[in-house]
Design a binder for this molecule. Structure first.
Ligand code: PEP
Ligand code: MG
Length: 315
C-alpha cells in the first residue's frame, strides 16, 4: 500500500545538530497565507503582491490593499511575513505600469524599476503595508524585486523608512546584485535570493522556455557560485540571506544552500515537509561539505549526482 507522506511540517527548521533554518512559505494571496500556516510554515518568506494588481485597469486603492495585507499578517501573528513590493513587467505585464513594446521585457522596466516611472504606486503600497502592520503583531519585513545596485537598495530603504517600515531588504535575483551583495546590504537589512530570475540572468536563458531546461537549473555551478558570493556579502555585513526561488523547494539542494550560508528557505507550502526532513537528517558541517562538493563540480548534473550520493535520506 502507498505510504502517506506528511503534509505538515513537524516543527521549526533545524539541522540534525540543531542549527536553525527558518522554513517559510511563498504565497500569492491571503488564502495562500492561511494554507501556509496550516502546513506549519514558520512564516511567509515571499508574499507576491501582484495578485492585487492583475486583471485591472488601475492599481488597487490603499484601503483595499490594507485589507489584503492585514489578512496575511493575521495568518502569522508571531511569525515573519516578508512582503515583496509589486513585481510588474516581463512575464507579469500590467497595462497601467509597464510600457508596451519593450524589445526585451525581461531586461526592461520591471520590478523596482517601475517605481522610477510610477513612484506613487510604490508609495501607496508601502503606506498600505505600514498601516496593516501597525495593527498586527507579525514581524513585517518588506523587500524590493529586481534590485541591481547599491543606490537602488539605499533608495528603497529610504522610501520604506519614510513610511515607518524599518525592516527593508532586497531580492538578489540579478547577477550584479549577487556579486556586490555586501554593498546592497550596507543599508538593506536582509537579502532574499530569487533563484528563478538569478538562473535566468546568469545563464541568459529565458525562464519560460522549456527547451532551455538544461541551462535553467539552480544546480548550475555558476549559479551556486553567485549564491556563495551573495552569502559572503551577507556575512560581511552580518545580515541574513535567504532563498525564495524554486531552488529552496528542492530537497537535495536545500542542504547545499544552507551550507553556502543561507539562513532561511521559502517555498511552496507543499514542499515544506520534505525539505524539513532532509535538513533534519544532516548536520551543518555536512551541509558545508555538500556545498563544497557542489561548488567543485563542473556541471549541473555532476553537482546534483554528487550531492544526492551524499544524502542517504533521499536514496
Ligand atoms: C525568483 O525570481 O526566484 C522569485 C522568487 O521571484 P518570481 O518567481 O516571482 O520572479
Ligand atoms: Mg523574480
Amino acid at each position: 500500500h502507498a505510504v502517506s507522506r506528511p503534509t505538515r511540517l513537524a516543527g521549526p527548521g533545524r539541522t540534525a545538530d540543531g542549527h536553525a533554518v527558518a522554513l517559510l512559505a511563498n504565497v500569492g494571496d491571503p488564502a495562500g497565507a492561511v494554507a501556509a500556516a496550516e502546513a506549519g510554515a514558520e512564516g511567509i518568506g515571499l508574499f507576491r503582491t501582484e495578485f492585487g494588481y492583475l486583471g485591472r485597469t488601475a492599481p488597487p486603492g490603499v484601503d483595499e490593499q490594507v485589507d489584503a495585507y492585514a489578512q496575511v499578517f493575521a495568518a502569522f501573528p508571531v511569525g515573519r511575513v516578508v512582503i515583496r513590493t509589486l513585481d510588474a513587467g516581463a512575464d507579469k505585464p500590467l497595462p497601467f505600469v509597464t510600457a508596451a513594446g519593450e524589445p526585451n521585457p525581461a531586461l526592461g522596466v520591471r520590478g523596482l524599476r517601475t517605481s522610477w516611472v510610477h513612484p506613487g504606486i510604490l508609495d501607496d503600497q508601502l503606506a498600505a503595508i505600514a498601516q496593516a502592520a501597525a495593527s498586527s503583531s507579525a514581524q513585517v519585513w518588506v523587500m524590493a524585486p529586481m534590485v541591481a545596485t547599491a543606490e537602488e537598495a539605499d533608495a528603497f530603504v529610504d522610501r520604506c523608512a519614510a513610511h515607518g517600515l524599518a525592516q527593508a531588504g532586497v531580492m538578489v535575483e540579478i547577477p550584479a546584485a549577487a556579486l556586490r551583495a555586501g554593498d546592497l546590504l550596507d543599508r538593506a537589512r536582509f537579502a532574499s535570493l530569487g533563484t528563478n530570475d538569478l538562473v535566468q540572468y546568469a545563464m541568459a536563458a529565458d525562464r519560460e522556455l522549456a527547451s532551455l531546461a538544461p541551462l535553467s537549473t539552480p544546480w548550475q555551478p555558476a549559479v551556486l557560485s553567485l549564491v556563495e558570493l551573495a552569502c559572503a556579502g551577507g556575512r560581511r555585513r552580518d545580515r541574513p540571506v535567504g532563498v525564495c526561488g524554486e531552488a529552496a523547494a528542492d530537497p537535495a539542494l536545500a542542504p547545499v544552500l544552507v551550507g553556502l550560508g543561507v539562513s532561511s528557505l521559502s517555498m511552496t507550502a507543499r514542499a515544506l515537509p520534505d525539505v524539513g526532513a532532509v535538513l533534519a537528517s544532516v548536520t551543518l558541517d555536512a551541509c558545508r561539505s555538500l556545498a563544497a562538493v557542489a561548488l567543485a563540480s563542473r556541471t549541473a548534473d555532476e553537482a546534483r549526482a554528487a550531492v544526492r550520493a551524499g544524502l542517504p535520506v533521499l536514496a
